[in-house]
Design a binder for this molecule. Structure first.
Ligand SMILES: [Zn+2]
Length: 184
């Protein structure tokens, strides 16, 4: 269980967009950083259902010096995704340097998983090879970004219309007319 209120914005409709939205109030100086610490990252990944609670619990107790590096890499990964989304939203070519950085994170994340026997629906499924390694929540975020970029229709990825709001979301509304990050 968590010990204080959930600080995250969950209006993204996709965990990778919720991940981007962890830097809240982007147009303001300074924005609100909700992934300031490694524990924040673990908490986000758990609440976003990117990692199991049974994996999150031991990760929360880690005091490895690598943890703060992992949190920093996660924030960088998030900003690479943000720059891709911002370019797409502006109708500009997607920056390849950001895609390269995201691709590298996805590759490492794939390598952190093993194939194991599964009960349903397929014969096998993925498991973390070392679930309690500090970078597991980072890998989980990278795999979620891969899904967003590869499997979600581009026209459904939208930014809130409010000029002072940089929240991204997947528009799943009928007719795709959703314009705001939250219901108004
Ligand atoms: Zn908004």
């Amino acid at each position: 269980m968590t010990d204080h209120a959930d600080p995250f914005e969950w209006s993204g409709g996709h965990p990778a967009l919720d991940f981007v939205n962890t830097l809240d109030e982007r147009p303001f100086d300074p924005p609100i950083e909700n992934l300031a610490t490694y524990r924040d990252l673990v908490r986000f990944a758990e609440l976003a259902k990117l990692i199991e609670p049974s994996v999150a619990a031991p990760l929360r107790k880690l005091s490895d010096p690598a943890c703060s590096r992992v949190a920093r890499r996660a924030r960088k990964l998030r900003e690479h995704l943000h720059d891709v989304l911002a370019a797409a939203h502006a109708g500009q070519p997607l920056p390849q340097t950001d895609l390269d950085a995201i691709g590298a994170a996805i590759q490492v994340a794939h390598a952190a998983r093993a194939l194991v026997v599964s009960h349903s629906p397929g014969l096998a499924g993925h498991r973390w090879s070392r679930p309690v390694a500090p970078d597991t929540p980072l890998h989980a975020c990278a795999l979620s970004i891969e899904h967003l970029l590869v499997a979600v229709e581009r026209k459904r990825i939208r930014k809130c219309w409010a000029s002072d709001c940089d929240v991204y979301y997947v528009d799943t509304s009928k007719g795709q007319h959703r314009q705001w990050c939250r219901p108004v």
